[in-house]
Write a protein that binds this ligand. Structure first.
Ligand SMILES: NC(=O)c1ccc[n+]([C@@H]2O[C@H](COP(=O)([O-])OP(=O)(O)OC[C@H]3O[C@@H](n4cnc5c(N)ncnc54)[C@H](OP(=O)(O)O)[C@@H]3O)[C@@H](O)[C@H]2O)c1
Length: 309
């Protein structure tokens, strides 16, 4: 099959499309003929070799953790889908890839909502899992006031909508050019950087209950200052979080939280009700994988970066 892959660790230029062995669904898994798959910042870290000592990968490696497609193989024990069903989901996180290809094996999935295009569904599941994991950890419920640092990216746009669906009020930080964009998703926008506490106080005089650091830009001391205690902040992006008493949540690897895979079906149901969508920053072909990684590395993509086979 055709697959995006890198034969050695390095910059985006190491990516190329080449033939790769077809994967097969193991017990509890399914294989899909991929219609679209996502690009996440973590894919660029894996490609750059940032995790090579933590998880040594056999090379060449096929990146990508989320995909949507048509089921063409059903593993032992799977009773919820049949060949021909349209689904979206994630690969086994432990393998750190496998989605940016003609065929991918999914470890968790849900029916593809008709309300989402293939491109939207293909890039959705990883961010949904992350958002659901963080919202559960922070105990977001009706009436909670949540601040999201980095609200305009893939995780931010997803978290805004899932938090609003839980009945929360969401303040999102983003560049000014993204304020209208995140307002349309349900957030109250403000800018990030110096003076955040004063801006937040003007927007919500009662203050903020909980915070997601989805940017990892070094702002944790300021974010911790917005809430009653550091346990009310979760970072998904700052490896130094513990130094501030903040939990660093990840879905795989040593110290990982349990992945919130049930969130995928729940967000699919919200999409069918018109309450969840996936803003697309850009769609590339597999052959343009290097450009897709470079856009992710710019750290200013608006929404999700997607690849089509
Ligand atoms: N631990 C986990 O489980 C997990 C899972 C997924 C992602 N992550 C991490 O979470 C981070 C976000 O992922 P993503 O997929 O949402 O990335 P993304 O789509 O690339 O997000 C980029 C967004 O970050 C915003 N941004 C850039 N600099 C910022 C700053 N200084 N302050 C606030 N916002 C800023 C940009 O908004 P503007 O253009 O408005 O500046 C842009 O919209 C990444 O570091 C990623 O590695 C962790």
């Amino acid at each position: 099959m055709r697959a995006l892959q890198f034969p050695e660790y390095g910059p985006a230029a190491v990516l190329r499309v080449a033939e790769a062995p077809e994967p097969h669904a193991g017990p509890g898994q399914i294989r899909v003929a991929v219609r679209a798959s996502g690009v996440n910042p973590a894919d660029t870290y894996v490609r750059a070799g940032r995790f090579r000592e933590w998880v040594p990968l056999p090379l060449p490696h096929v990146p990508g953790v989320d995909a949507a497609g048509v089921v063409d193989e059903v593993g032992a024990g799977v009773t919820t889908v049949r060949v021909g069903d349209e689904v979206f989901g994630v690969t086994d996180y432990a393998q750190m890839g496998g989605a940016n290809a003609e065929y991918a094996v999914l470890a968790a999935w849900a029916p593809k909502p008709a309300a989402l295009s293939w491109e939207q569904a293909g890039g959705a599941a990883g961010n949904i899992e992350t958002a659901a994991r963080v919202l559960d950890r922070l105990g977001v419920e009706p009436g909670t006031v949540l601040l999201i640092e980095g609200a305009a990216g893939g995780v931010g746009t997803t978290t805004i909508q899932l938090a609003v669906a839980r009945g929360a009020t969401v303040i999102g930080t983003a560049g000014e050019h993204n304020h209208e964009f995140i307002t349309a998703l349900g957030a109250i926008p403000t800018t990030y950087g110096p003076g955040l506490a004063e801006r937040v106080k003007a927007l919500v005089p009662g203050g903020v209950d909980v915070v997601l650091d989805g940017a990892g830009s070094g702002s944790l001391p300021d974010l911790v200052g917005l809430v009653a205690s550091p346990e009310r902040v979760v970072s998904i992006a700052d490896a130094n979080a513990a130094a501030y008493g903040v939990h660093w949540s990840r879905g795989s690897g040593p110290g990982a939280d349990a992945p919130a895979l049930d969130g995928i079906a729940a967000a699919g149901a919200l999409a069918e009700q018109g309450r969840f969508t996936v803003p697309i920053a850009a769609v590339f072909s597999l052959d343009e994988g290097a450009a897709a990684h470079e856009l992710s590395e710019s750290r200013h993509a608006r929404g999700k970066i997607v690849l089509t086979p």
